[in-house]
Design a protein around this ligand. Structure first.
Ligand code: HEC
Ligand code: HEC
Ligand code: HEC
Ligand code: HEC
Ligand code: HEC
Ligand code: HEC
Ligand code: HEC
Ligand code: HEC
Ligand code: HEC
Ligand code: HEC
Length: 318
């Protein structure tokens, strides 16, 4: 996929979604090209001219913003935590040194966050990671979100009492602002109970990356499924090869138009692998409903599709 064009699409989608809540006041540097702002910020950072009075200086001007002040209701504004930004550089721990930003008619920018910032995601994220480079984010570098330049601040908010992405009733909505394909799937006929927030994306995925494909929390798709559907793990006397291989051979974990989240309906589901010779092709026989097409289709007879312990043989019967 062309990452640039897909990110542009997302930028537009998110821009539209967030428009009403965005800070719309013009900044004096808003017409300066992003690369120039970035260069200015790099220089400021190297010069390191922090304000001697910390947050107090900033708040002489920014106190009137309810958004800014809401930080003091959240984790980063906690004055009692010795690891909190408030214990050291305060606002400038994230927004960079003040420099001449507070001077009259100043065009001196501060570091900003999120998808609309002129600061590249990797630089923004390095600020967050300077305090959060712990076990949970061990696999951040090079994961899908890092590679696609998704800023931490596109999922997280700092100037709030409670970060919405960590609220299970809001997570799915935030993830699916970008992941529109999954949003469509979870509203289909059968799906994991995501649309009513009984389950969340982070039950299966680590948003910060993991060592597994698709940033799953478990090492493989099957281990992920077994973590909740333990009864499918076996061992069974008669295993069905595609089941032990990979559950997504037949299921779409995000939802499907077919029952039981099947990627395709039986008998076609089965006929992908079982060539239509012998009785496996009977589904098409004279077009009349029969044991192969009606009811559970192939499962009318091969009911134990995930494997069986049937004494008489390997036919996945009840
Ligand atoms: C003398 C007043 C003044 C002081 C002091 C001041 N700022 Fe600003 N700041 C502004 C103005 C004016 C803007 C541009 C308009 C706006 O966004 O409010 C701005 C913009 C910003 C922005 C960008 C907002 C955006 O939407 O792009 C950030 C971040 C910021 N300031 C952080 C700080 C921090 C951190 C400090 C303290 C280290 C600080 N400011 C001190 C006046 C000030
Ligand atoms: C100066 C250090 C520092 C920086 C920089 C920093 N954090 Fe934090 N962060 C903390 C501390 C300390 C806590 C509280 C941890 C705790 O209570 O266990 C915290 C908590 C959090 C939490 C969980 C609490 C909550 O708000 O729900 C999130 C999420 C978070 N930070 C994200 C970020 C992001 C995103 C950035 C960059 C925009 C960032 N942090 C920058 C120190 C920092
Ligand atoms: C794609 C969305 C997304 C992105 C991007 C993201 N996070 Fe998170 N983050 C989450 C979710 C969801 C949770 C809560 C569930 C969990 O803990 O896995 C969370 C939890 C956290 C927490 C609190 C719990 C913990 O893991 O310690 C911190 C701190 C945090 N994130 C920091 C970061 C930092 C730093 C970055 C950027 C390097 C980042 N996040 C990027 C979605 C995201
Ligand atoms: C832990 C990192 C962190 C700290 C500390 C921090 N900010 Fe922010 N700030 C952010 C992020 C991230 C955003 C983007 C909006 C959001 O995620 O809440 C932001 C947004 C802003 C904005 C634009 C907000 C708007 O109205 O849209 C201003 C102004 C600002 N911060 C000022 C401050 C001031 C003043 C302080 C100190 C009192 C401060 N920030 C402390 C990370 C931080
Ligand atoms: C029940 C576990 C589960 C839940 C819940 C879940 N996923 Fe997944 N997701 C998976 C598995 C398993 C895969 C790997 C599928 C594969 O290999 O084809 C995957 C793959 C993905 C992919 C990669 C898709 C691709 O085509 O490569 C994205 C993006 C994704 N999930 C996003 C989400 C989002 C967003 C949510 C929440 C709305 C979510 N997932 C909820 C299990 C889950
Ligand atoms: C700001 C947009 C954005 C948000 C919000 C977001 N993602 Fe993503 N996500 C992306 C992009 C861009 C990619 C990389 C391109 C792709 O694979 O689709 C990606 C990739 C992924 C992948 C890996 C897909 C693969 O190819 O294997 C998973 C899994 C995933 N995201 C899950 C989540 C979850 C869970 C959340 C919420 C906690 C979330 N995302 C929130 C933009 C976002
Ligand atoms: C975090 C727990 C969890 C994980 C992990 C999980 N599931 Fe589920 N699964 C559920 C729950 C909860 C239900 C809903 C049960 C209900 O509705 O009664 C469900 C239902 C199902 C259904 C039946 C859906 C229907 O409409 O009949 C299928 C099929 C399924 N899961 C397959 C999978 C597969 C395949 C995986 C691995 C990719 C997986 N599950 C991973 C919790 C999980
Ligand atoms: C060969 C295709 C196929 C594979 C591979 C497969 N399933 Fe299924 N699964 C089905 C079919 C067909 C159904 C429909 C209900 C039935 O008749 O059992 C189903 C139903 C389900 C159900 C809901 C009904 C029940 O039996 O609880 C769950 C949960 C489930 N599968 C989990 C899994 C898990 C976990 C894996 C991987 C270990 C997996 N499936 C692999 C074909 C498959
Ligand atoms: C992804 C490929 C695939 C799909 C889809 C699939 N199977 Fe299988 N199935 C196999 C393989 C491989 C074997 C083992 C064949 C062997 O050992 O000769 C097998 C074995 C069987 C057997 C046992 C007979 C034997 O020769 O071992 C039955 C019965 C069976 N499948 C029925 C079904 C039904 C019914 C479906 C649809 C719900 C289905 N299969 C879907 C690949 C698949
Ligand atoms: C009316 C019951 C019935 C239905 C419906 C049925 N089967 Fe069978 N199947 C059997 C019996 C009995 C055997 C063992 C005798 C034989 O080989 O014909 C068998 C054997 C098999 C075998 C192993 C031997 C071989 O022919 O390769 C496979 C694979 C298989 N069935 C797949 C399917 C698929 C796929 C469907 C759906 C299109 C299906 N079956 C529908 C009864 C049924």
């Amino acid at each position: 996929m062309n990452m640039e064009s897909s990110m542009t699409r997302w930028l537009i989608a998110i821009g539209l979604l967030l428009l009403p809540s965005l800070h719309l006041q013009a900044t004096p540097w808003q017409d300066v090209p992003a690369a120039e702002v970035e260069a200015q910020l790099d220089k400021k950072f190297a010069d390191g001219k922090y304000s001697p009075k910390g947050a107090d200086t900033c708040l002489t001007c920014h106190r009137k913003s309810a958004t800014v002040m809401a930080m003091f209701d959240g984790a980063h504004g906690n004055l009692d935590n010795p690891k909190s930004p408030m214990a050291d550089l305060q606002c400038e721990a994230c927004h960079g040194p003040l420099g001449t930003h507070n001077k009259k008619n100043s065009k001196d920018p501060m570091i900003t966050f999120g998808l609309n910032s002129p600061v590249p995601a990797e630089k923004q994220n390095s600020i967050c990671l300077s305090c959060h480079n712990d076990e949970e984010r061990m696999a951040w570098q090079g994961n899908h979100h890092d590679n696609a330049d998704v800023p931490c601040a596109s999922c997280h908010q700092i100037h709030v009492a409670n970060d919405p992405i960590r609220d299970k009733s809001q997570e799915v909505a935030i993830c699916t602002q970008c992941h529109t394909e999954q949003r469509a799937q979870l509203h289909q006929r059968s799906a994991h109970p995501l649309k009513n927030n009984q389950m969340v994306c982070s039950d299966c995925h680590n948003a910060h990356g993991s060592l597994a494909d698709s940033s799953l929390k478990q090492m493989s798709v099957n281990d992920n499924c077994y973590s909740c559907h333990a009864e499918k793990r076996g061992p069974m006397l008669w295993e069905h090869a595609p089941v032990t291989d990979n559950c997504v051979n037949c299921h779409n974990p995000h939802g499907s138009v077919n029952e039981a989240m099947l990627t395709i309906k039986a008998p076609q589901l089965c006929q992908q692998c079982h060539a239509s010779v012998g009785h496996t092709g009977n589904a098409y026989f004279n077009g009349q409903p029969n044991a192969f097409t009606a009811g559970q289709s192939c499962m009318n007879c091969h009911g134990q599709i995930h494997g069986s312990n049937h004494p008489s043989g390997n036919l996945l019967q009840r």
